[in-house]
Design a protein around this ligand. Structure first.
Ligand SMILES: Cc1cc2nc3c(=O)[nH]c(=O)nc-3n(C[C@H](O)[C@H](O)[C@H](O)COP(=O)(O)OP(=O)(O)OC[C@H]3O[C@@H](n4cnc5c(N)ncnc54)[C@H](O)[C@@H]3O)c2cc1C
Length: 518
């Protein structure tokens, strides 16, 4: 008989998604095994844009300060056409008042993985490296993964659930027979991390726009270090992975239209961009998350961040089912919420991508002549900021249509069930400081102590619910559109489950009773 291990959740893949899921399993006290066919975390920089919502999640893990300290805030952008700066954008505080992290942080994927992996190790856990999923099977009771270990021998891992976080070519998705439909963008991308000598200061990202292409220089920590990303023109016929660096350098120089010297190239790559999502993010006891479930254009730096949020959404539901006896149907809402989000994301990134690289004459004219002039004014308009930042930063993701969103009671409020808990300061302190624990949170905004409320919740739900009694400040009233005391029940991922007008907690109790084994 083959050697055998047993666990609750088998995680295939230790990229940013799998590592995030493992970290969230630690938070929720879920037993897991995580494997990866590689020998360690990626040495490549790959994704570099870390969005506000990811930093909010990192904050709960105690990782946000380190991430911010290691990264660079994207504070400024310059739009360059024909080698001349045609527009400047200030966006260092584009999300002011909307998140404790009102910017995009530039921090390489390798460093994100390092942060997550260190958290895992500090928690006494590790990845089974050099361990590859060969095949899997499932029954109504569990999942069996057959793996090859570092010494070439075979092992069996038995789990109650399995999460395929194994990237765009996902062996898990193939084993489950799930379709991965969508399209492949014909043109090829290039990416390089290098030092650049040129006249531009290292304080901004530079977007060099050409009639049907672009090249972007993102400043990285270190003197003159940049991530350079661009796209080959339509007529370029090179094959993926078959392009010489010299060809890329020539392209960068041509597109930028500025005299520049590139040296100390740390790595470069070429790749085709796909926009696809799996037909379902779950099948029986198996789930897909991250690139295994969806891939899209790099427009807006969404890929890694979306995987981290998939993991965040799945983990609390697994925790409720495995640790608190919630009905297994709760797990269906992972597919419901995250597939809808991915489909929406694909549409948004495609539209944005067509704008920055589309060859249609009208689009090219707007991009080269109008956009650079109006861009800065647009990003300063509050109405634009309030629209653009929530989409880009992923704080605007909402599950209003989810079956987990109980709308009875929220019709008079600006915030609805399914929305992320808005960022608020109360007595100068971020409300998120009180919401770090992996639990439901009942917040009564009335400023009044309800004797016995805490005891009642504790008696019914133990440590599953944390009770907060906070004042109804003008900022709270404005954010929620509330004129009188009210209560809000947050799910463990800090999305609103239900809102109840008044000071009673009956609707919260009814909501929670769905999940707690009687
Ligand atoms: C060159 C390049 C540039 C990119 N640039 C950007 C960017 O600028 N912005 C952005 O947002 N995104 C970018 N991306 C995409 C981003 O890197 C992904 O969205 C992100 O890596 C997804 O994380 P993941 O954990 O879901 O998958 P991955 O990072 O692909 O991790 C999957 C893991 O699964 C493991 N695995 C696979 N098969 C098996 C198996 N059979 N058994 C065990 N383990 C297995 C792999 O070894 C890997 O570690 C880029 C990607 C590439 C390749």
């Amino acid at each position: 008989m083959l050697p055998q291990r047993t666990t609750d959740v088998i995680i295939i893949g230790a990229g940013p998604t799998g590592l995030s899921l493992a970290c969230q399993c630690v938070r929720h006290g879920i037993d897991f095994i995580i494997i990866d066919r590689h020998a360690g975390i990626t040495p490549y920089s790959k994704a570099i844009g870390v969005q506000a919502r990811t930093l909010e999640i990192y904050e709960q893990l105690g990782l946000a300060d380190d991430a911010v300290a290691q990264g660079t805030r994207a504070a400024r952008g310059r739009l360059v056409v024909d080698g001349r700066v045609r527009g400047e954008l200030e966006f260092g505080a584009i999300g002011a008042g909307m998140s404790p992290y009102p910017y995009v942080l530039l921090l390489e994927q390798s460093k994100n993985e390092r942060l997550l992996y260190d958290y895992l190790q500090r928690s006494g856990r590790d990845v089974l490296w050099n361990t590859e999923l060969e095949r899997l099977s499932q029954t109504a009771a569990g999942v069996t993964a057959h793996v090859t270990t570092s010494d070439g021998s075979s092992e069996v891992i038995e789990g109650k659930y399995l999460a395929g976080c194994d990237g765009a070519k996902s062996p898990t998705r193939h084993a489950l027979g799930l379709a991965f439909e969508g399209s492949t963008f014909e043109r090829m991308f290039f990416v390089a991390d290098a030092q650049v000598d040129w006249e531009m200061p290292h304080d901004a990202l530079h977007v060099c726009l050409a009639p049907s292409t672009f090249v972007v220089f993102f400043p990285l920590p270190g003197e003159r270090r940049y991530r350079i990303v661009g796209v080959f023109p339509e007529e370029f016929a090179g094959a993926e992975g078959d392009v010489l660096y010299e060809e890329i350098e020539q392209r960068i120089k041509g597109e930028a239209g500025i005299r520049l010297d590139i040296h100390h190239v740390e790595w470069f790559s070429t790749y085709k961009v796909h926009t696809r999502h799996a037909s379902s993010f779950s099948s029986g006891r198996c789930f897909l998350a991250g690139d295994a479930a969806h891939v899209h254009t790099p427009a807006g730096a969404q890929g890694m961040n979306t995987g981290i949020q998939d993991a965040y959404n799945l983990a609390w539901k697994l925790g409720m089912v495995l640790k608190h006896g919630a009905p297994a149907t709760l797990l269906d809402t992972y597919n419901e919420e995250r597939l809808a989000n991915a489909a929406n994301l694909l549409r948004t990134t495609d539209r944005f991508f067509q704008f920055v690289s589309g060859a249609h004459p009208l689009v090219a004219f707007l991009r080269l002549n109008i956009f650079p002039i109006v861009a800065n004014r647009l990003t300063r308009l509050d109405a634009v900021r309030r629209r653009v930042f929530p989409t880009l930063s992923q704080i605007g993701i909402t599950y209003r249509r989810s079956s987990l969103s109980e709308h009875r009671g929220d019709d008079r409020f600006r915030v609805k069930a399914g929305d992320r808990m808005p960022y608020l300061l109360i007595d100068g302190r971020s409300i998120y400081d009180s919401l770090h624990r992996a639990a439901f949170h009942w917040i009564s905004f009335s400023g009044v102590r309800h004797d016995g409320r805490r005891d009642e919740f504790e008696r019914r739900y133990g440590s599953l619910v944390e009770v907060h009694e906070l004042p109804l400040t003008p900022d709270v009233a404005r954010a929620f559109g509330a004129g009188a005391p009210f209560g809000v029940l947050l799910r463990p991922d800090n999305y609103v489950g239900c809102i109840s007008p008044g000071t009673g907690a009956d609707s919260a109790v009814a909501y929670l009773d769905q999940f707690v084994a009687k």
